[in-house]
Ligand binder design. Structure first.
Ligand code: MG
Length: 391
């Protein structure tokens, strides 16, 4: 039986990112007989090697600390399911949302933020290092899979969503992709949504992981309203509930509350502004996807609590300090001897150095180190610098 291909824009709202009005790919490609363009983007991301490496990259806890903690991969999946739920309700492009979610952390270094800060310091004289810009670099340049172009050749809207923030200095170098940061424009609603879903996901899973690790206490968390209110409600409704289920029900209630608020608040804004298409969304003075003021305040309070109590906890800081050593040590070794990197990176270092001297060589080293998983970086450090360091 011969059936007409399904229209990928069917059922989407006028303000969604539609395939029909997409700004397209950098390198022209023929369309696929039965997969839409954003579905193809998602599929390319899932098949990329950077995506597979996310499973061994730290979110907050180093991968080998335990099997139950979030990694960059499970974090990306949690972001995706939150954002897809909202996208479907608002008539946004769910496949584009999923593609952006799965790609948003591809540029993260090993060892979470500690790794990124150290790499940025190593690159101080060579243009710096931003993990978010690196995610775009991975999909635009570094994945080496296709015969006729570098990277994954993703659609403009997917790339726009991946690049959440960017310094003006870097924006100027990015041409069309950097323009909105210089002009003060917004990205499409799908990108706005993923940005908030990212924060919702990590705030809540870090509460769960932090309690599990014994770094946060339930008693103290109860002083944070978002947690305290839900905890109290669950405890009253189920007085005999187990400690573990109580925490899970509390976190579940928090996510539900904040996602419902996001949905309701964004619906009201869409109703008021009535953008006719994605370009009208881009020209607005501020993002349309948002929480209510009251819930945003609670969300921020939880975020600053986690900054103080979890991300700066002595045990996390101690791990960060050692991660620092690994990243800086590897950068120094590879920068002085690019031939000791794996062959494709050594070739790239030679090519970049021929064009841009030391800055080019440093960029190739940063690309290599940023792409490493926690355990790969640690074993390279043991081999090349110091076999005795433990994380
Ligand atoms: Mg993230």
């Amino acid at each position: 039986m011969n059936r007409a291909a399904v229209n990928p824009d069917a059922g989407l709202a006028c303000y969604a990112a539609l395939q029909a009005s997409s700004r397209g790919r950098r390198h022209h490609e023929p369309s696929h007989p039965y997969r839409g363009e954003f579905q193809r983007d998602r599929d390319r991301i899932v098949h990329s090697s950077a995506f597979r490496r996310l499973v061994y990259k730290t979110q907050v806890f180093v991968n080998h600390e335990g099997d139950l903690y979030r990694t960059r991969l499970t974090h990306s999946l949690e972001v995706s399911q939150i954002a897809r739920t909202v996208a479907r309700q608002l008539g946004l492009n769910e496949q584009l949302v999923e593609a952006i979610c799965l790609a948003h952390d591809l540029g993260h270094t090993p060892f979470g933020h500690a790794g990124q800060d150290t790499l940025n310091k190593c690159m101080r004289d060579y243009g710096g290092f931003e993990h978010n810009l690196q995610s775009l670099r991975v999909v635009d340049e570094l994945e080496d899979k296709y015969a006729s172009f570098p990277g994954l050749n993703l659609c403009f809207e997917t790339r726009e969503g991946i690049l959440k923030h960017c310094s003006s200095r870097n924006a100027r170098k990015l041409g069309e992709m950097g323009k909105r940061f210089l002009d003060g424009e917004q990205p499409g609603l799908e990108a706005q949504l993923v940005n908030l879903a990212d924060a919702v996901a990590y705030n809540h899973h870090d509460v769960d992981d932090g309690i599990r690790a014994g770094l946060l206490t339930v008693e103290e968390l109860c002083s944070v309203r978002l947690f305290g209110d839900q905890h109290e409600g669950v405890r009253k409704a189920y007085p005999d509930i187990s400690e573990r289920a109580l925490i899970h029900e509390t976190v579940r209630g928090m996510i539900n509350l904040i996602v419902t608020d996001l949905l309701d608040c964004t619906r009201v804004s869409l109703d008021k502004v009535q953008p006719v298409d994605i370009d009208a969304v881009r020209k607005l003075p501020k993002p349309l996807v948002s929480f209510s003021d009251a819930v945003f305040e609670q969300h921020q309070a939880l975020k600053s609590y986690l900054h103080k109590k979890l991300y700066r906890h002595p045990r996390v800081m101690e791990m960060s300090h050692r991660a620092d050593k690994v990243v800086a040590g590897l950068f120094a070794v590879y920068f002085s001897d690019p031939g000791s990197m794996s062959s494709e990176h050594a070739v790239r270092a030679a090519a970049y150095a021929a064009e841009q001297g030391d800055a080019g060589r440093a960029r190739a080293v940063a690309d290599y180190v940023a792409g490493m998983t926690d355990r790969y970086a640690l074993s390279a450090y043991h081999r090349l610098v110091d076999a005795s360091l433990e994380l």
